[in-house]
Design a binder for this molecule. Structure first.
Ligand code: GLA
Length: 387
């Protein structure tokens, strides 16, 4: 299955007595629970059968060489000088992970790596987390360390904070590390407790639609929303002294005290956080009891809240969601991930998937002049070594 990658690896780096090991970690789609990771809310992502695969081989010395199948040059870095490579356009995710592993006390050997990225880049399906967790697995296992997957997810998140500069929550790395085929993960972001929830695909399929609009503004808006929520929580403290996170406050409690938040935008951000958390908890119950219709309604509520209160959607995402909801057989549809472009996720009756793709695609291109891509992806297990 990976022979073509092995050939490319040897063409790039030559033969050696060391074994080439293969690791992979998936992208994810978040079914519901958007932008509440850092507010101590619950999220419901599922890992997808789209992966970053990395071939890795130890070598003498303290040099790391990185290359990707769609890149025609090798990036080289010294393990003892990793902070000097932060500005690398490609390679900083991997090197950031190596640096954070070493900061956590794990020794890493010199090595050569070849990456194949099959998660669409910048599409809101966590291509970054897939790269980070696959790298964390590869570096740690080459170093002989059996670190558990939750710890690898946390190290990957640190790399994104400190090297890539996005103050992301733990959802994406956690889903990439801890996914399970045919399940979503109900993750409580306060303490990382989680439960796998079965997804019944006998009647409905998950259809992902990519706006093919690259996320613009995304990273700075992400960080800005995060700080708005922190301020809103501080303003609410007099009424809720025990609240550590915005999502510790119920929607009803928030509405009774909304006047404590001094700014209209911050009030909307808080309403999104509290209401989204309630939608996730109800959604998990609906999925467990096979009530897909209710789950679909909650997805639509989530999209509206992200569009109107959190203001992280965009014209292209809204058009895709509206087109999806106009199709027979659609139970629900919403933007997924950090927004400002990227993807939507819809629940579509199995027999209606082809017409869904055709009709939604043509409405989208007529209204935006862009072509959407569609993925009818399976869910998958999390990061692992591939034998
Ligand atoms: C990005 C982050 C996640 C989460 C989503 C929004 O994907 O990496 O942690 O905050 O945005 O829900």
């Amino acid at each position: 299955m990976h022979e073509h990658l092995v050939r490319e690896f040897i063409k790039t780096y030559g033969e050696s007595d060391e074994k080439i090991r293969i690791f992979r970690s998936p992208g994810r789609v978040n079914l519901i629970g958007e932008y509440i990771v850092y507010n101590g809310g619950h999220v419901l992502p599922a890992a997808l059968s789209m992966y970053t695969t990395v071939l890795a081989r130890k070598m003498e010395g303290r040099t790391v060489r990185l290359m990707a199948t769609d890149l025609k040059y090798v990036v080289q870095a010294e393990l003892d000088r990793l902070k000097y490579y932060k500005a690398y356009k490609w390679g900083n995710y991997q090197l950031g992970v190596a640096a954070e592993l070493m900061n956590a006390g794990y020794d890493i050997p010199g090595c050569e790596m070849l990456f194949e990225d099959k998660v669409p880049l910048g599409g809101g399906l966590s291509s970054s987390a897939a790269i980070e967790v696959a790298s964390a697995l590869a570096f740690s296992r080459l170093g002989g360390h059996e670190i558990d997957m939750t710890a690898l997810a946390l190290i990957s998140q640190k790399a994104e904070h400190n090297y890539v500069g996005v103050n992301c929550g733990i959802m994406d790395q956690f889903a990439s590390a801890m996914g399970r085929a045919n399940h979503a993960i109900l993750l409580d972001c306060r303490d990382l407790s989680y439960r796998h929830i079965p997804i019944d695909t006998s009647e409905y399929r998950l259809v992902i639609a990519n706006t093919n609009k690259k996320r613009s503004l995304g990273d700075s808006a992400y960080n800005q929303r995060r700080s708005e929520c922190e301020t809103a929580l501080a303003e609410l403290k007099p009424a809720f002294p025990g609240a550590r996170f915005l999502c510790d406050i119920s929607l009803a409690g928030l509405m009774d005290n909304i006047g404590l938040i001094k700014d209209a935008n911050r009030r909307k951000r808080a309403v999104h956080a509290a209401s989204e958390n309630e939608r996730v908890l109800e959604g998990a119950k609906a999925l467990e009891s096979g009530n897909t219709r209710r789950f679909g309604e909650l997805m639509v509520g989530s999209h509206e809240s992200l569009r109107d209160d959190y203001e992280v959607s965009c014209k292209e995402l809204d058009i895709l969601v509206e087109a999806a909801l106009a199709q027979d057989g659609t139970a629900g549809s919403r933007m997924t991930g950090a927004g400002f472009g990227g993807c939507t996720v819809s629940l579509v009756k199995c027999g209606a998937v082809d017409s869904f793709i055709e009709n939604t695609g043509s409405i989208y291109s007529r209204e935006t002049g862009l072509e959407a891509s569609f993925y009818v992806s399976e869910t998958s297990d999390g990061g692992t070594e591939v034998s």
